[in-house]
Design a binder for this molecule. Structure first.
Ligand code: HEM
Length: 464
């Protein structure tokens, strides 16, 4: 269960923070009076063999399918027997599952038929936060304007400038790791390196970086949205902390701008410099939504890819030997890791009109879920999809970053960070062992690891 540690300083009143507090109080009152939506309770039971189920009973929104790592055969059956599948009894309400590669690309590319609004997770927007705005869950033209305002933070020139800093931080982290004794890779490396990268993007205080990971975890663990283990109170508390911290940082940068000092190339500075977003702070739920998107978007995704790579190098030592012998394979291996992990299992859409898809009629207003995790294993489009191959041809053809107008904005940054990690790993370590069983996250959205105990063996010629 995720819990919040207190913010380092108390920042006093900000209008956005007050908006969130008011929504929280309203939600609590409604809940006491029995007027709020009932919260789904998820109780873990063993996932049955998929062949024992009737096709209409298959429910891939069950968060334990992922926690127990049993999703593969479920999606294979859907792809083969019912690629566009309707489930009307899930804890998240009725929804269509799109499970084949080509159908997923079709839905993702046809934003005029399938809307990303109001949310991209299976469950609803938390009560009182319905006006939360985030461009991943917006249709054009507003999506395009807001994306344009921030995308230069990951433009090639900015990435180049960040590369040295990311490499230095990665090297420092790896140099401090113990060798010959087990430790939790998720906690020690993946979480911290990802938080360091986000702190760089946001110009966020480095010594407070763990808050970035915490906030993201809480959003991802929202039971109503993803079937996670969090609780409603923490979602509002995290939202109000993000508002407080980032409003203050915004005001500081604004004062700097007014004082004639040039702004940098971090995210807040870019938003302040852009005509479309310079007043974003006056729309607290829009401000919060977009900041949260960038925190969450860059966090669990890269983190779980970092862990997956280590896990695979243990499981397939011959693949590790291949990369060690030819480090030029690293960028390809990074793409294969991202395909294999598929850190975000799906994105959700809502049909804007009746649509025929692979023989089924999806009605206007129906929820449609594009299961990237399934498309990435579709044997119709991916050769030997259940094999992890560092030298796979067309490794970048995976679906993990989506397609179309919402294609992941941070994809090059994530790839760069993973590439650097593996370049630095090969410099230092000869052997990676996973001790015991990995623990996976309970969520139907964030597909990832809770912990992975590893033991590293240093290379004889590792840097001192
Ligand atoms: C391996 C790492 C990552 C994966 C697998 C991933 C995956 C995704 C996916 C599936 C989408 C939605 C695509 C769609 O709807 O078609 C998305 C969107 C997005 N991602 Fe990532 N992401 C990763 C890393 C990052 C990073 C590091 C950032 C930080 C800048 C980021 C920021 C975003 C943003 C802002 C969007 C919204 C784009 C839009 O709506 O136009 N992501 N990502």
């Amino acid at each position: 269960m995720k819990t919040l540690t207190p913010l380092k300083e108390s920042i006093g009143f900000t209008p956005g923070h007050a908006t969130i507090k008011a929504a929280h109080i309203l939600q609590k009152t409604k809940s006491k009076l029995g007027l709020s939506r009932p919260f789904p309770a998820f109780i873990e039971t063993p996932i049955p063999d998929v062949d024992t189920l009737a096709i209409q009973d298959i429910d891939v929104s069950n968060p334990f399918l992922y926690r127990q790592n049993k999703w593969q055969s479920y999606f294979k059956r859907l792809r083969d027997e019912c690629p566009v599948h309707y489930q009307n009894k899930s804890a998240f309400g009725p929804f269509w599952s799109v499970t084949r590669y080509e159908d997923i690309v079709y839905v993702d590319k046809h934003h005029e038929l399938f809307s990303a609004e109001p949310i991209i997770m299976l469950g609803p927007v938390p009560e009182g936060l319905e006006k939360l705005e985030t461009f991943i869950a917006m249709d054009p033209p507003r999506h395009d304007e807001q994306r344009k305002a921030v995308q230069s933070v990951v433009a090639p020139q900015n990435l180049k400038e960040m590369e040295t800093l990311i490499r230095t931080r990665t090297a420092e982290k790896l140099d401090k790791l113990p060798t010959g004794v087990p430790f939790d890779w998720v906690q020690e490396v993946s979480i911290d390196l990802t938080a360091l990268m986000l702190a760089t993007l946001f110009d966020f205080p480095i010594d407070e970086r763990t808050k970035l990971a915490e906030w993201s975890d809480i959003v991802g663990a929202n039971p109503e949205g993803t079937g996670g283990q969090g609780n409603a109170d923490d979602v509002y508390l995290a939202a109000s902390e993000v508002m407080k911290r980032f409003s203050l940082m915004w005001r500081e940068k604004e004062a700097q701008q007014k004082g004639g000092k040039a702004l940098g190339f971090d995210l807040l500075s870019l938003l302040l410099k852009d005509e479309n977003t310079k007043d974003m702070i006056n729309n607290p739920l829009g401000f919060l939504g977009n900041i949260a998107l960038l925190i969450v978007g860059g966090n669990d995704t890269t983190r779980n890819s970092m862990t997956c790579g280590v896990h695979m190098m243990h499981q397939l030592p011959e693949q590790f030997e291949k990369v060690k012998a030819d480090p030029s394979l690293i960028p390809n291996m990074v793409s294969e890791i991202i395909r294999w992990q598929t850190p975000l299992a799906y994105m959700r859409r809502v049909a804007k009109q009746d649509v025929e898809l692979n023989g089924k009629t999806i009605k206007k207003g129906d929820k449609v879920v594009m299961w990237y995790v399934s498309g990435n294993r579709d044997e119709r489009n991916i050769d030997r999809p259940d094999e992890f191959l560092v030298d796979r041809k067309d490794a970048r053809k995976h679906l993990s970053f989506g397609f179309g107008i919402h294609r992941c904005m941070g994809n090059r940054l994530a790839e760069m960070q993973l590439r650097i990690l593996w370049e630095e790993m090969l410099e230092r370590f000869d052997k990676i062992e996973v001790i015991g069983q990995p623990k996976y996250i309970q969520s139907n959205f964030v597909k990832g690891y809770e912990s992975l105990q590893v033991r590293l063996t240093a290379k004889q010629s590792a840097p001192q």
